[in-house]
Design a protein around this ligand. Sequence first.
Ligand SMILES: Nc1ncnc2c1ncn2[C@@H]1O[C@H](COP(=O)(O)OP(=O)(O)OP(=O)(O)O)[C@@H](O)[C@H]1O
Length: 626
Amino acid sequence: MEKKQFKAESKRLLEMMINSIYSQREVFLRELISNASDAIDKIYYKALTDDSLSFEKDSYFIKITPNKENRTLTILDTGIGMTKEDLENNLGIIAKSGSLAFKKENESKDGHDIIGQFGVGFYAAFMVADVVTVISKALGSDEAYKWESEGAEGYTIEPHEKDTVGTEIILKIKENEEEDNYDEFLEEYKLKSIIKKYSDFIRYPIKMDVKGQRAKEGSDNELEEYEEEQIINSMVPIWRKNKNELTDEDYVAFYNEKHYGFDKPIKHIHINVDGTVRYNAILYIPENMPYDYYSKEYEKGLELYSNGVLIMNKCSELLPDYFSFVKGMVDSEDLSLNISREILQQDRQLKFISKNISKKIKNELKSLMKNDRENYEKFYKSFGRQLKYGVYSDFGSNKEVLQDLLMFYSSKEKKLVSLDEYVSRMAEDQKYIYYASGESIERIEKLPQTELVSEKGYEILFFTEDIDEFAIKMLMSYNEKEFKSVSSGDLGIESEEDQKQTESEQNENKELFEFMKNILSDKVKDVRLSKRLRSHPVCLTTEGEVTIEMEKILSAMPDNQNVKAEKVLEINSNHEVFQSLKNAFESDKEKITLYTNLLYNQALLIEGLPIQDPVEFTNDMCKVMV
Ligand SMILES: Nc1ncnc2c1ncn2[C@@H]1O[C@H](COP(=O)(O)OP(=O)(O)OP(=O)(O)O)[C@@H](O)[C@H]1O
C-alpha cells in the first residue's frame, strides 16, 4: 500500500502559531533575544574546536533599537549569522530548529547553554509586527541576504549589503488597535522592563541607546538631553557563580534586586546540583512575614529559569505549602518545556527538584535552630504557624518532616524550646509530654490545672496559637512520648496509693457529687473530686478528643457546628470551699444549688469561656454576700 505524507496548510499553521502559542505578546522579545544569544553561543562553541577562530567576548553583543517615527524595532546581534540556505531552512520551515540541530551535532562538546529547540520562537515576532525583515551575514561568507515576510503570505529572499557578520531583525510594529496597544513596544521603559524580566541573565550584553537629562556644563539650572548606550541586563547569573566567590552582601543585593522582599533575609541557601537533573537554585528564608502571608491572596512559588531565561514568575510546584514562605529562584537546563516555554511538558524533573529543595530547606532550618537560635526564633515568630499547619494538613502526612522544627514556650525555661529538647530533659518517671492551652502565656501560667504537673517538677509546653492543639493531636507522640493535656482526665502522675485514696474519698462524697451533677445537668459530663488541684477550689477538665481550647476555636469558625468539649467539673477536697459545700449539702439544698452554679461559672471564667447568664451569676454573687 502506498504510504502518503501528511500535508500541512502552512498559512493556517503559521496563523495558529502566531495567535495561540503565547499568552503574552511581550515574550516575542524574549524569543528574539534568545535566538541572538544562541547565535553568539554558536560562534563560541565553534571557536572551542576551530583554531582559526578566536572568541573575544567583548566583541559580542545584542542591540535593541526602537524607532518611533518609522515604527520599527531592531534586534541586532553579532552572532554566527545565516546563509541563504539557513534563512530558507530555518525561517522558511516552521518547526525547523537550526539550534537544535547545532546542539545535537555538538553534543559531545558541551553546547547545552543553547536555548532554542522547537523552531517556532522566531514567529512570535508576528504577534507585534506586520512585516519582519531579517538581514544576515553568515560567519565565513562574503554575501549577505535579506529575508522578508508579512506573515502568512510567505517570504522573499534577496542579496543585501551588510558589512559585519551577524543578524539584524527589523520589526515593523503594528498600529494600535482598539484594545491592543502596540506603541509600548517602541517605548524605552517598556523594552527595558521586558529585557530585565525575561532576559536579565543572557550571558552577552544587551545594549540600548538610552535617553536621559543632565545639568548642562557650566550652568547651574539648565538641563540638556543626552543619549548614551547602556547595557540593560545583569548578564552574570549569580547562581552560576562559585559559592566562595560570593559574599553575604551579594546574596542580599540579589534578594533586593529581585524584589523577593523588603526585609533582610535571615538565611540564604545556594544549591548547585550536577546529577541526573542539573539545576542551580538560590533560596531565601525571609525574616518578616509578607503582609498578605496568611491570606488567600498570597501566592507561593519560586522563579523558574531555563538556561537563564525566565519561564515562570511563581512556580508553585517547587515548594510544598509548609515552606511557602521561601523565596528565590531555580535555573535548570534539563526541564522539558512546552513549545511556548510557559508550561512544563511533564513535571518529573520538577518533582525531583522540588523534593531536593525541600530536603535542603529542612536541613538549613534545623541547623539554624541548633546554631543560631536567635535568628531561628525570629523566623519562627513569622512562620512557625505555617509549619504547624503543615503538621496538621494532608492528614499529617508531613509530620515526620516538620516535627523537629517545632517550638513551644516552656514553663520551666521561660522561652521557646524544641520537642527534642523537652524530651531529652524529661524526668525518668515522666510518662508524657505535658501541655496546657490558653490565650496567652500569662493566662496559662495561672491555670489551676497546671498545679499538680508543676508541683511534680515536670515541664509544661504552653500552647497559645489556635492551631497548636490540632497539630499536636495529629502528631500524637514525639520520640515515642505521647502528648498529654494538663486538663485531661488521667494525667498519669498519681501513685497507686494516691489513686486508692482519691477513689475512697470520691465514694465517700458520692451523693454530693451526684447532686451537683444533677443541678448542672448536661452542662457537664461529671462532677468529681480533683487530684490535680492544690490551691484552687475548682477547675474544668475534659474527656474525649475535643478540648476546651478546641471548642473555642471551632465555635468561632463561620461554619460553627456547635461542637462541645465533654467537660468535667473538678472540686478540690483540700480547699475550705469543699467543707462549705458539704455543710450546705447536709443542711440547705438551696445553698448547695447556689454554690454549685457559682463554682461552675467560676470555672468557665478561668477557662475564658462565656457564662451563659451573666446576670444570674452576679445575682448569685450578691446572694452569697448578704
Ligand atoms: N538571530 C539569529 N541568528 C542566527 N540564526 C538564527 C537567528 N534567529 C533564528 N535563527 C535560526 O533560526 C532557527 C529557528 O528559530 P526559532 O526561534 O524559530 O526556533 P529555535 O530558536 O530553534 O527554537 P525555539 O522555538 O525553542 O525558540 C534557529 O534554530 C536558528 O538556527
